[in-house]
Design a protein around this ligand. Structure first.
Ligand code: ZN
Ligand code: ZN
Length: 237
């Protein structure tokens, strides 16, 4: 079910699924009933209430949405955004990816609890500030001592881009600069996100794994009709 799972704060867990959890995206041409059944199995594995896990309608924007603990459940239309913030950590959150960076963020609240967030950081979202907006959402909730876990994504030796695209991206975040294993211009999204987060005062931890190289992870670059795996953050019941 999980590529990686860890307690990241008192009573708060983060995880990244693998292909054994199946495709979790409703937007990739898969059978909707099968996707909803898999989301239900995932909620069972997290030991969170059925229908409580929040997914986004992701559009490669930089928008962060705040979700209330009693807000719309997974059975209702998802909010259109590329980051979700739970101000009291009470809503289990999910971000779907297949090469883009799934990022989980946690901050400590004054009372000792945690505020949580997830972000979908592809090239576009990263350059447009989706991580900064997620961090702002957490700080607006009163959270401090922010930490981030950057999940598996396409690595800097695999993510080939045209030279002009690399130039545009590295002009904004120099740490994105990379070359493929075959010597062409590339971007290292995880390195770029780590630098971006450091600039925001957030300590980032990197979970290993290249989606294009690991068959247990979904990769759009490897297979355009692929599924989506998820980055997750949730609180113990
Ligand atoms: Zn993406
Ligand atoms: Zn790779």
């Amino acid at each position: 079910m999980f590529w990686w799972k860890q307690q990241v704060h008192t009573g708060v867990w983060a995880a990244f699924t693998d292909s054994s959890a199946g495709n979790l995206g409703l937007h990739v041409g898969d059978d909707a009933a099968a996707v909803r059944r898999r989301r239900g199995l995932l909620e069972d594995a997290l030991q969170v209430p059925a229908g409580s896990l929040r997914f986004m309608n992701q559009v490669h924007s930089a928008d962060a949405a705040v979700v209330a603990a009693d807000g719309p459940a997974s059975s209702q239309p998802a909010v259109t955004a590329d980051a979700l913030v739970s101000p009291d950590g009470g809503a289990p959150l999910a971000v779907m990816v297949a090469d883009c960076l799934p990022v989980v963020l946690v901050g400590t609240l004054p009372g000792g609890g945690a505020a949580t967030a997830v972000a979908h950081a592809g090239r576009r979202g990263l350059l447009d500030g989706v991580l900064a907006n997620a961090v702002t959402g957490l700080r607006d909730a009163g959270a401090a001592e922010l930490q981030a876990w950057i999940g598996p994504s396409i690595c800097g030796a695999c993510y080939e881009v045209p030279e002009d695209m690399q130039a545009d991206a590295t002009a904004r975040i120099p740490e994105l600069a990379s070359r493929t294993a075959w010597g062409t211009p590339a971007l290292d999204l995880a390195a770029g996100a780590t630098a971006e987060l450091a600039g925001l005062g957030v300590e980032a931890h990197r979970v290993p794994g290249c989606t294009r190289e690991e068959s247990r992870l979904y990769s759009y670059r490897r297979d355009h009709s692929t599924g989506r795996f998820a980055g997750l953050v949730w609180k113990d019941a």
